[in-house]
Design a protein around this ligand. Structure first.
Ligand SMILES: NC(=O)c1ccc[n+]([C@@H]2O[C@H](COP(=O)([O-])OP(=O)(O)OC[C@H]3O[C@@H](n4cnc5c(N)ncnc54)[C@H](O)[C@@H]3O)[C@@H](O)[C@H]2O)c1
Length: 256
């Protein structure tokens, strides 16, 4: 892959799971990283372990002032911002007929408004400083609904469309914006489900590769998308799901 050494990146939701793996891959590529998360303790540990190459920035991505502060702190510390990975996300599940407005707002604010605010302020800086590249983490649920996940799936579909709008508007500023749609990835977000054997089996029946993805398997595609190897990839959705999205057809192989 193109040499990314010397660049500056920020990662929201970088203290765990997919974001954490992206941070580790960026450090390996000699990129300075600002990590934004609510988990202040983990951020302190990460800063301590990577002094000079990583800063932690306690950030709630649903608060515009926090995002402005994150971008400012990144630029002040490392002298710029080339790449941004908007990863922070979580959900409060519920059947549509039972879901409270509070739980809906929590999910949509975090997963969709958080990405909007991030792209807004990352791009404001990049626009005036030669451009950059942004990757938003959506989900396979942008295309596929799930039981009790109306808020989450709707928000993730919104992230995919926001990504396309951002690519359209920001191409003139030399900023590329792409989305990754992960399938099932083994992180703290999903362990509550996959640790239950029957639920895990139900997932595995659907996923042709018969396993969850490792968070590191999201980091490679994410770094590719910001690299010059992807210089003409813009407004795209990269599904990274072990072929789950193409598994809707009945499994006829066992009858042949
Ligand atoms: N794990 C999966 O199977 C999967 C599948 C598809 C999409 N995703 C998406 O990938 C992203 C990362 O998920 P993960 O599985 O790594 O989860 P995770 O729970 O391991 O990590 C999420 C991180 O986001 C942080 N966070 C939560 N709310 C925040 C806020 N308001 N402001 C800042 N940080 C906040 C958390 O503290 C945590 O460190 C999410 O957007 C998720 O929806 C995950």
């Amino acid at each position: 892959m193109t040499n990314l050494s010397g660049k500056v990146a920020l990662v929201t939701g970088g203290a765990s799971g997919i974001g954490y793996s992206i941070v580790q891959s960026l450090l390996k590529a000699n990129i300075k990283v600002a990590v934004a998360d609510l988990n202040s303790e983990k951020l302190r540990d990460m800063e301590e372990a990577h002094k000079g190459n990583l800063i932690g920035c306690v950030t709630n991505v649903t608060k515009e002032a926090d995002i402005e502060n994150l971008v400012n702190k990144t630029v002040e510390t490392f002298g710029g911002l080339d790449y941004a990975f908007n990863v922070a996300g979580a959900s409060k599940a519920g059947a549509i007929i039972d879901q409270s407005v509070e739980d809906w707002d929590f999910t949509v604010d975090l997963c969709l408004k958080g990405v909007f605010l991030s792209v807004k302020h990352e791009a404001r800086y990049m626009k005036d400083h030669g451009g950059g590249a942004i990757v938003n983490i959506a989900s396979l649920n942008a295309h596929v609904p799930m039981f009790y996940g109306a808020a989450y799936s709707s928000a993730k579909a919104g992230v995919e469309m926001l990504t396309k709008n951002a690519a359209l508007e920001l191409a003139q500023n030399n900023i590329r914006v792409n989305a990754i749609l992960p399938g099932l990835v083994a992180t703290p977000l999903t362990s509550g489900l996959t640790n239950v054997e029957a639920i895990n089996e139900a997932y595995m029946e659907r996923i042709p590769m018969r396993r969850a993805g490792d968070p590191d398997e999201m980091a490679g595609p994410a770094l590719f998308l910001v690299s010059d190897d992807a210089s003409y990839v813009n407004g795209a959705s990269l599904i990274v799901d072990g072929a789950w999205a193409v598994s809707g057809y009945p499994d006829l192989s066992k009858f042949m």
